[in-house]
Design a protein around this ligand. Sequence first.
Ligand code: 4AD
Ligand code: MG
Length: 464
Amino acid sequence: MNLISILDILQGYIQIDSEVYIQGWVKTRRDSKLGISFLILYDGSCIDCLQIIANKSLINYKKDILSLTTGCSIRVTGYLKKSLKNKQKYEIQAKKIEILGKIKNPDTYPISSKYHTTEYLRKFLHLRPRTYLIGAITRIRHVLSKSIHQFMHEQGFFWISTPLITSIDTEGSGKMFNVSSLNLNNSICSKKIKFNNDFFGKEVFLTVSGQLAGESYACALSKIYTFGPTFRAEHSNTRRHLSEFWMIEPEMAFYTLEDAINLAEEMLKYVSQEILIHSYDDINFIYKGTKNTVYKHLNQLITKNFIHIDYTEVINILMYHENIFKNKISWGMDLSFEHECYLTEKYFQKPIIIKNYPKNIKAFYMRINDDLKTVSSMDIILPGVGEIIGGSQREERIQELDKRLEEFNLNKKEYKLYRDLRKYGTVPHSGFGLGLERLIMYITGIRNIRDVIPFPRTFNNIDF
Ligand code: 4AD
Ligand code: MG
């Protein structure tokens, strides 16, 4: 007898009347006067549960079954039956039910079968995956990650694992976490930390982006991507920022900015379609539960063409409507979230791609445009979520790159490997970074980024 999942049963792979063996956690128990208990069992393989019929003839009926509460784990051996009354097609007539884990004091179990707010669930990061909502988000996250890998593979990209521990500041912003094996208490006592005594003999950090390492492989294998965690020591305590988040960074030799934009649009359309096909039940659950605009969001990505617009034009639009914003805006400034929302939700009412930002508000590696004021850059902005993709054509000319490093006060020596790529067989190339959690937020309509990653790390907040 094989161990099977609820998904196996609901997909119709198992013959009616055959003996099955299934395990999971009890959601609810209802007892009839006739000595039959109906257990609703969940195993996380899909959004649905399975009804287990437990009859008083089971040897442990009185002792165990009648004391089962939400969250208890059980192993059921029984016969698969067609369900007549239940809204589901199948149920299991139990022959034997073993109790794997009881809950001694059910009053202390934080996840009842009732509705809990996402704020409440965040206090129980280790138990919240047992809820329907977090289960659905987790499966969607899996399907999304898989479809991104699939898209990249079909497009001829190679997945590169870039290092998480690094000595360089990819974005040049200085917002990095130090990595050290020194006893910091002792080191801080001596005022200046001597990093040459540290594990790597120099100061090192958790990476903010795999891009610079990615470029080295793109300038050899032509099309690569990274897919991994990145870390930012920003003090932004918003519903859209994490200190540890996952990023997908495609990097393409011989691509212009426009080529990169086309790839990004295609990728968003492809993965949205995959989600609609493979995560239909989970999406449907979230849609019904929260009455949000999940389908609208997915369709928006699949069917609508994104607006392509220059930064300068965007500033003109925003300045024309300046009295509706809290934050003033003028040419040279970065957009704030309220500006992004206005553009995507009111003005254009669709995703937008903003191009050619001023060089002073973007990273040193972006290719300088002929106007010498802007860089060949792009951000993709979605309604409700804001920026989900940031990318650019890279500065492939060594003299121009050196000028930018100087402007940013960055030490040329630290960027030796990066500069070498420009010295030895340089090529035009482009790439972008897609924030995985921001995309999940958009696809699911979940408003807080802390609910779309298993164990969120944010400013002043780390559990587990
Ligand atoms: O715009 P960013 O900072 O770009 C880079 O890191 C480039 N190196 C990417 C590249 O060209 N290869 O970040 C890219 C995306 C953002 O658009 C956003 O979706 C996400 O990463 N992101 C965050 N997501 C959650 N929390 C944060 N603190 C984030 N910071 C950026
Ligand atoms: Mg950005």
